[in-house]
Design a protein around this ligand. Structure first.
Ligand code: AMP
Ligand code: ZN
Ligand code: FE
Ligand code: FE
Length: 282
């Protein structure tokens, strides 16, 4: 039986491995395929594909987007992106520009709190999309906080003193953009919705009506009960199944590629199912 990981981040966004190192590690970890799903950028994909060819690991081209569903922030993952740069590339460029504006606002707030963070040190940590985890790492190296977690709880997180909201695409708009690239659209880590039962089913049905193709049923932080609920909901709504670790290298200590916190296993048949879904659509 083969195993895969369909949700990972490299240095192109907020992971700590280069795309090449990540794909090589996937091979060494016994994975037959890995999807690179960096936030708001496709910058890591060529290097990842090249490494995949060198070490015999199938690389799925992906991206993760934070989208707005009313007041709620939701993450979606696009898988099987085409190689041709389309309207998605422009939208991602816009999002990365908004990230820079936001980062400067965050740094201004931190400076007023007596923490002068050098933006060059922050941007040096990413080769694509720059954000809060990079700021947190610089704060840690300055000794301004004792851990990445503290950087978020005290300063950068939603209730932190230097919080600045992120500009997001709307759910329907983002799904349409990804579909226009030929991608399958998966609802990432549905547990962050904080819903179950009828409320969850209503939300996911609404997402399906806007073009959602699948649900990330298998995920590092899902309990067994959550996994079972998402699995049965996906079957009931005829949505495809996906799964991944959300590996970020050293930026998420304790989360291993393909294994999450040890209990995650995404079978190769999950990837086969996604490909069948894609083939049926076109
Ligand atoms: P950004 O895209 O700049 O808003 O940053 C979001 C990223 O920050 C997420 O993908 C996580 O990797 C990380 N993150 C968010 N909240 C926390 C937290 N409380 N502790 C550590 N990392 C976090
Ligand atoms: Zn991340
Ligand atoms: Fe996410
Ligand atoms: Fe992620």
């Amino acid at each position: 039986m083969t195993r895969v990981d369909l949700h990972t981040h490299s240095r192109a966004s907020d992971g700590t491995l280069t795309p090449g190192e990540l794909v090589t590690l996937a091979g060494e970890s016994g994975l037959s395929a890995v999807a690179l799903t960096d936030h708001d950028t496709l910058a890591g994909l060529p290097e990842a594909r090249q490494a995949g060819e060198a070490c015999g690991v199938e690389v799925v081209s992906g991206v993760e987007l934070s989208v707005a569903d009313g007041d709620r922030g939701v993450h979606i993952v696009g898988l099987f992106l085409s190689d041709r740069p389309g309207p998605l590339a422009e939208a991602l460029e816009y999002l990365r520009a908004r990230r820079h504006d936001r980062n400067h606002e965050i740094l201004a707030k931190l400076a007023r709190l007596g923490i002068p963070v050098d933006y060059a040190a922050v941007t040096a940590l990413a080769e694509g999309a720059v954000g809060r985890p990079h700021i947190a790492r610089v704060m840690l190296s300055m000794g301004a906080v004792g851990s990445l977690k503290e950087a978020f709880t005290r300063y950068l997180g939603n209730y932190g003193q230097a919080y600045v909201p992120k500009v997001k695409l709307g759910f329907a708009e983002a799904v349409a953009l990804l579909r226009a690239e030929g991608a399958l659209v998966v609802l990432a880590h549905p547990y962050i919705l904080g819903q179950s039962g009828k409320a969850l089913a209503a939300t996911v049905t609404r997402y399906k009506d806007m073009g959602l193709d699948g649900i990330e049923v298998f995920y590092t932080e899902h309990s067994q009960a959550q996994t079972l609920e998402y699995l049965s909901l996906a079957r009931r709504l005829d949505l495809a199944l996906s799964g991944g670790s959300d590996f970020h290298g050293a930026a998420k200590p304790g989360v291993e590629l393909g294994r999450g916190r040890g209990n995650l296993r995404v079978d190769g048949t999950i990837l086969d199912g996604l490909k069948e879904r894609l083939a049926k659509r076109s």
